[in-house]
Design a protein around this ligand. Structure first.
Ligand SMILES: C[S@@+](CC[C@H](N)C(=O)[O-])C[C@H]1O[C@@H](n2cnc3c(N)ncnc32)[C@H](O)[C@@H]1O
Length: 265
């Protein structure tokens, strides 16, 4: 387990997905999360997504992570207003301790960069296994809009504990979900801006001061790596393995459709 993950747990850092609150809201809105939903977050770290999903939606939320200390910190982060709807447990995403078809929503994203490339498809298959038929799989992943220098990538992987490669572009990450019984329902892409000093200072100020020194290195690496990044948010639906289902092929019907305006008043 990387030193970085231990520092995350110790520092009180709020370990968010790409886009933080914006992504949690986008997922919730685009996948019809409601108080009767049951959500599993795989690789929950210190609990941000699981707890915010419960706060925004009233759903029953479970977070799971391999790293024992992160799970302990996640449990401490649960407030009394959502405590009856949030739980955390330790487990391996490669062998989920859950039944087939158990959850209405599964979030699988942030742990994928931390596992070797050859294991990623099997982990996504596990996530789909525990998802109910017609349930939603929620994804948000950074990708390289242009390849980062090899030296930077090596240092990033060594210090953060990731298994990233220069070819981790949009198509690479998106294709991982293609050989599953999933239909893509929604996708958006975001640009990333880095090197904002005020933002960095505010980010560090919220953390345990004992870990400030470690964060200097991590933030430099995140900023250097961030220059090559964009991310996508995606929502898939699990298509049941059954004949006679009414499905539109191609999706969207006879015409390709693109929204040309939206107004809300
Ligand atoms: C960057 S954090 C994810 C934070 C947040 N959930 C997100 O999606 O952005 C990555 C987490 O994946 C966890 N992880 C790595 N390998 C795992 C595995 N095999 N099973 C479960 N969690 C794993 C790490 O312990 C770490 O807490």
């Amino acid at each position: 387990m990387s030193q970085y993950l231990s520092v995350v747990a110790k520092s009180g850092q709020v370990n968010t997905p790409p886009g933080s609150y914006v992504t949690v809201k986008e997922w919730a809105q685009k996948s019809f999360v409601n108080p009767s939903s049951t959500i599993l977050e795989i690789g929950c770290s210190t609990g941000f997504i699981t707890i915010e999903m419960a706060r925004y939606t009233g759903a029953q939320c479970t977070g799971m992570d391999l790293h024992e200390k992160s799970v302990q910190t996640a449990k401490q982060n649960v407030d009394r207003f959502v405590a009856d709807r949030v739980s955390f447990q330790q487990g391996d995403a490669g062998k989920l301790p859950f039944e087939d078809n158990q959850f209405s929503h599964v979030i699988v994203s942030g742990h994928l960069p931390f596992i070797p490339a050859e294991m990623r498809s099997a982990h996504i298959r596990e996530a789909v296994r525990v998802l109910k038929p017609w349930g939603h799989l929620l994804v948000a992943l950074y990708y390289y809009k242009s390849p980062p220098p090899l030296e930077l990538l090596k240092e990033f992987n060594a210090k953060i504990g990731t298994c990233l490669t220069q070819d981790g572009n949009r198509s690479y990450w998106s294709c991982l979900f293609e050989d599953q019984p999933l239909s893509l329902e929604y996708a958006s892409d975001y640009a990333v801006s880095c090197d904002d000093e005020d933002r960095t200072r505010a980010y560090i100020a919220q953390m345990n001061p004992e870990t400030a020194k470690d964060w200097e290195t991590y933030l430099r690496l995140f900023n250097d790596n961030g220059r090559y990044l964009q991310y996508f948010v995606q929502v898939y639906r699990k298509i049941p393995d059954e004949s006679g289902l009414m499905l539109q092929i191609p999706r969207g019907g006879i015409y390709e459709v693109n929204k040309i305006s939206e107004r809300s008043f």
